[in-house]
Design a binder for this molecule. Structure first.
Ligand code: TXA
Ligand code: MG
Length: 359
C-alpha cells in the first residue's frame, strides 16, 4: 500500500523550528518519520506507541526479535527508561550527545516490539541538531532502527531515504548527509562489552570511563550465526549490496596481478590509494577517500556499497582496512557486506568466483 509521504527539507545545523514542528506532529499522532542523526538516518516512531513501533518492523521487513534503539534528548529522560548505575551517570553526562548507545536494564513499561521482549533497552542521545529538536518537540522518546529495508545498506543521505521509503512512511526529513555515515557504537553497560563498534572508538570509551571495554568476536563482525548472541541484530546478514562482494586481505601490490586476467566485469571499492593503482590497469573503481582519513572512509562506506549495485558488475572487491580506531567499525560493516567472503590469492578469488557461478 502506498501512502502520501511529506518530504521536509531541514537544515542540519540550524533546524527551522516550524519545519521541526510539522515533523514532530507526525510522531505525536502515531506516524512514522524518517530523520537524520549524526551516524545514519533512522526510521522512527513514538517509543511508547506499540502500534506505530510495530509498523516500523513491517516497513523494514525486520525480524521481530531484533529490538530498537530508543532515542532521547537528555540523560534524565534516559534514566526514566533505563536503570543507569550511579557510577556511569556522570560519565555519560560528559560524553552525551554522541554516537554511542548503551544497553541497560529497562525501567519503564516499553512496548514489546521496542525491546523484543528483553528486559534490557538500548538508549542513545544523538548528536544531531535535527534529531534532538525532533525528539524535544515530539515530547516523547523516539524508537528508531537505521533507515534501510532489512539487510540493505543503511541510508546516510536524505535522497537515499526517499528512494527507500517514499510512499511507505508519513514523513521524511531530508537534511543531506549524516555526519559519520556508520551506526553508533553499542556498549552493554551490564558487562561493559562492546557489542557493535562505531564512530565512538574503544580508546575514546576507555578515556571517558577509565575502563577498557571487552571486545568480542561479534564486534569484529566475525561471529557466526550459531554463536550466542547478546545483541540480536548482530546475527543477521546486514548492509549487503545485491552484487556479491569479496574482501581482499592480501598485500596491496599483489592486487593488480591477481585481477588483471579476470574477464567478467567487476569493480573495486577501496581507498583512493588502492583505486589509483587499479585504475592504471583499467579496473572500474569506487573510491571511498584516502586511507589516511578513516572517518571519511566510514562516511562514504554505505554510499559506495549502494553505488556498486548501479554498476551492474558480476561482483565487487573491497579493500580490507586496519582494525584500529574507527577502522574496527569499518571492517565490521565490510565483513558483513561481504558475508565474510575474503581472499588474498588468485586461487582463492577464482574459488569464490566459481562458487558464484555454481550458485
Ligand atoms: O546509529 C545508530 O545507532 C542508528 C541511528 C538511527 O540511531 N540506529 C541503528 O539502529 O543502527 P539498528 O536497529 O539498525 O541497530 C540497533 C542494534 C541492533 O543490532 C539491535 O539488535 C541492538 O541494537 N539492540 C537494540 N536493543 C538491544 C538490547 N536491548 N540488547 C542488545 N542489543 C540491542
Ligand atoms: Mg540497522
Amino acid at each position: 500500500m502506498t501512502i502520501k509521504t511529506e518530504i521536509i527539507s531541514i537544515d542540519s545545523i540550524k533546524p527551522q523550528p516550524e519545519r521541526i514542528s510539522k515533523a514532530a506532529k507526525f510522531v505525536r499522532n502515531g506516524g512514522i518519520v524518517v530523520f537524520p542523526t549524526e551516524t545514519v538516518y533512522g526510521i522512527g516512531a513514538n517509543a511508547f506507541d506499540e502500534t506505530s513501533c510495530k509498523k516500523i518492523f513491517e516497513i523494514k521487513g525486520r525480524p521481530a526479535d531484533n529490538p530498537l534503539i530508543v532515542h532521547v534528548c537528555s540523560l534524565e529522560e534516559a534514566s526514566k527508561i533505563a536503570h543507569i548505575e550511579d557510577k556511569y551517570f556522570k560519565k555519560i553526562k560528559k560524553i552525551w550527545p554522541s554516537p554511542i548507545t548503551f544497553i541497560a536494564q529497562a525501567k519503564a513499561e516499553l512496548p514489546k516490539s521496542v525491546t523484543a521482549g528483553l528486559d534490557t533497552v538500548a538508549i542513545r542521545m544523538p548528536a544531531h541538531p535535527v534529531a534532538l529538536s525532533l525528539i524535544k518537540e515530539a515530547r516523547q522518546p523516539i524508537a528508531a532502527p537505521s533507515a534501510n529495508p532489512s539487510q540493505k545498506p543503511t541510508a546516510t543521505t536524505g535522497s537515499q531515504c526517499i528512494k527507500y521509503f517514499d510512499g511507505r512512511v508519513d514523513c521524511i526529513i531530508d537534511s543531506g548527509s549524516s555526519f559519520f555515515g556508520i551506526e553508533s557504537t553499542i556498549i552493554d553497560l551490564r558487562t561493559f562489552t562492546l557489542l557493535r563498534p562505531g564512530p565512538f572508538t574503544p580508546k575514546e570509551i576507555e578515556n571517558a570511563f577509565s575502563m577498557v571495554p571487552l571486545v568480542g568476536k561479534i564486534a569484529s563482525g566475525k561471529a557466526s550465526a550459531g554463536q550466542k548472541v547478546i545483541s540480536p541484530g548482530t546475527k543477521y546478514r546486514h548492509y549487503a549490496p545485491e552484487t556479491p562482494l569479496f574482501m581482499f586481505e592480501g598485500a596491496e601490490n599483489k592486487l593488480t596481478k591477481i585481477v588483471e586476467s579476470i574477464e567478467v566485469p567487476f569493480a573495486i571499492i577501496g581507498s583512493s590509494e588502492i583505486c589509483s593503482i587499479a585504475d592504471r590497469i583499467g579496473c572500474s573503481t569506487i573510491s571511498m577517500g584516502s586511507r589516511k582519513d578513516p572517518y571519511n572512509i566510514a562516511k562514504n562506506l554505505y554510499s559506495s556499497v549502494i553505488l556498486l549495485d548501479s554498476l551492474k558488475v558480476k561482483f565487487g572487491i573491497v579493500e580490507a582496512f586496519e582494525e584500529q580506531g574507527v577502522g574496527l567499525a569499518i571492517m565490521n560493516r565490510l565483513r558483513k557486506a561481504s558475508a565474510n567472503k575474503a581472499f588474498s590469492t588468485k586461487r582463492e578469488l577464482l574459488k569464490l568466483m566459481q562458487i558464484l557461478n555454481s550458485g
